[in-house]
Design a protein around this ligand. Structure first.
Ligand code: ADP
Ligand code: FBP
Ligand code: MG
Length: 465
């Protein structure tokens, strides 16, 4: 099932108001140290949503009308932000932070933002970082922790990656909670993707079973932008900007070579957002291939003839392929990584070979310039936009945790910062909607058919030159 927000917002008809309820450890019972800053007249504006208000899930008149319910029954997301009354006594609160899964620009900014808010705004005295993902909690890896202070994190955002380290692979949630108990931690911040959030739900489940008072709050991370509901994941903008550089360079190469074809493979296992966005930056691409839209190589409407026509009329062509595209055409690898993610067959070199052999058979000169920027796009520091975004997400996460909310993630939905239950955040994957505006924008930019190999009735108006 695809997502209901982001670029290709569909209607969230299957989601009910109860699905959006946020779990709490208990009512706010302590006056927040931030309360002097919270003006009594603070109410919902275009920049802020009052804690008593809700951000509606449905964002079209038709969506709201289809519910057929009173306004108070419409599904709404709880807004982020500081609460006057909080659950944890800051002077007795100890917090932990962990980063898991693949790298993403902005991880260090999130950690630094969490540490600063906890320390400066709430006066929390102990914040620790767990090293190398969920491994940092387990005895086999020696309970690998590092003390975090505003001073120790001051310069980390200038670097890419995560200074805490990260890992893939399962760790026992019982052992993780044992560690939280032994260290007397009250709050755990988990920064990671869908897998990490599933792990965090397991941790929150053990905490619930044991009747402990430990909040688990997630900050979703993924360069693939595959987390549902939120507008865009942090680091995505930085990553696709970096990816667009690879497209620019193969375009220059292709233009400078007789029969030049530039081919770029970009990350994106199941979601082609990076490929789509990076291709739209300069509109250099003649074809964009994403996991969500199958394609055929052969025939008049196939990819290879499209490229040959472009080379013949324009002198060169550029193809951008997401790593998860065309998997149905390749021999499956049949293996998974340590976290259980399916390993993909390498579409890049395969496509290069297919193009070369098709052009050779057709007697058309070509020279394919293939680039796989791979880790280059996700290991860079966050750009200024993503830095600001990550810092604001980290602030929202601290407010949520200090108020006793748990098993939830923070995110931005149509510019509003909101709380989303973890269970909902992992219930589906954000994907490019082949019938949505983003894919339409790609088609308009490249002039490619709706789907290579599809009969012409499904194609956009323009003949594909
Ligand atoms: N279904 C799951 N249940 C519990 N833990 C999981 C699950 N999937 C992944 N994890 C754990 O979460 C961490 C990160 O997951 P991974 O899939 O590698 O990255 P991401 O969080 O970016 O998707 C790993 O330690 C992994 O073992
Ligand atoms: O880091 P690895 O194991 O090489 O995996 C690469 C994968 O990580 C990603 O960059 C992000 O994946 P996650 O967000 O799920 O960690 C994918 O785009 C890519 O397929
Ligand atoms: Mg993942």
């Amino acid at each position: 099932m695809t997502a209901t927000a982001g670029d290709d917002a569909g209607l969230a008809g299957d989601i009910k108001a109860d699905d959006l309820l946020i779990e709490t450890l208990g009512p706010g019972r302590i006056t927040s140290p931030l309360s002097p800053l919270l003006d009594a007249s603070r109410g919902t504006t275009e920049h802020y949503v009052d804690s008593g208000d809700r951000v509606l899930l449905d964002d079209t008149a038709a969506g709201i009308a289809a519910r057929g319910t009173a306004v108070e029954d419409l599904p709404g997301l709880e807004p982020c932000g500081p609460r006057r009354q909080i659950y944890f006594d800051p002077s007795k609160t100890r917090a932990g932070i962990v980063t898991c899964g693949g790298l993403c620009p902005g991880l260090n900014d999130v950690v630094a933002g969490l540490v600063r808010t906890l320390t400066y705004h709430y006066g929390v005295r102990r914040v620790v970082g767990f090293r190398n993902g969920y491994r940092g909690f387990v005895s086999a890896y020696g309970h690998d922790v590092v003390e975090l202070t505003p001073e120790s994190v001051r310069d980390v955002p200038v670097d890419g990656g995560t200074f805490l380290g990260t890992s893939r692979g399962p760790q026992d949630p019982e052992e993780i909670v044992d560690c939280l108990e032994q260290m007397h931690l009250n709050v755990l911040f988990v920064i990671g993707g869908d897998g990490t959030m599933r792990g965090a739900m397991d941790i929150a489940g053990v905490i619930r079973e044991r009747g402990l008072r430990i909040a688990v709050v997630g900050i979703p991370k993924t360069i693939d932008n595959d987390i549902p509901f939120i507008d865009q994941s942090f680091g995505f903008q930085t990553a696709f900007a970096e990816a667009s550089e690879a497209i620019r360079s193969v375009t220059v190469e292709a233009k400078s070579t007789p029969g030049g074809i530039g081919l770029v493979k970009l990350m994106g296992r199941h979601s082609g957002f990076i490929a789509c966005y990076a291709s739209l930056v300069r509109s250099d691409a003649d074809a964009v291939l994403i996991p969500e839209v199958p394609f055929e190589l052969d025939g008049e409407t196939g990819l290879l003839e499209h490229l040959r026509r472009r080379v013949q009329t324009r002198g060169h062509a550029v193809v951008v392929v997401a790593e998860g595209a065309g998997q149905d055409l390749l021999d499956p690898i049949g293996r998974t990584d340590a976290s259980g993610n399916q390993k993909l067959a390498d579409v890049g070199p395969w496509l290069k070979e297919q193009i070369e052999s098709h052009f050779a058979t057709a007697g058309t000169e070509t020279s394919v310039r293939y680039v796989d920027p791979s880790y280059l796009i996700r290991s860079v520091p966050a750009n200024p936009y993503d830095s600001v975004y990550t810092v604001r997400l980290s602030h929202a996460a601290v407010h949520a945790a200090m108020s006793g909310r748990t098993a939830m993630v923070v995110g931005r939905v149509r510019r509003r910062f909101v709380h989303i239950p973890m269970s909902l955040a992992v219930s589906r994957r954000n994907q490019v909607d082949p019938h949505g505006d983003l894919w339409m924008a790609v088609l308009e930019s490249t002039g490619q058919p709706w789907r290579f190999g599809e009969d012409s009735t499904r194609q956009t108006g323009a003949p594909h030159a």
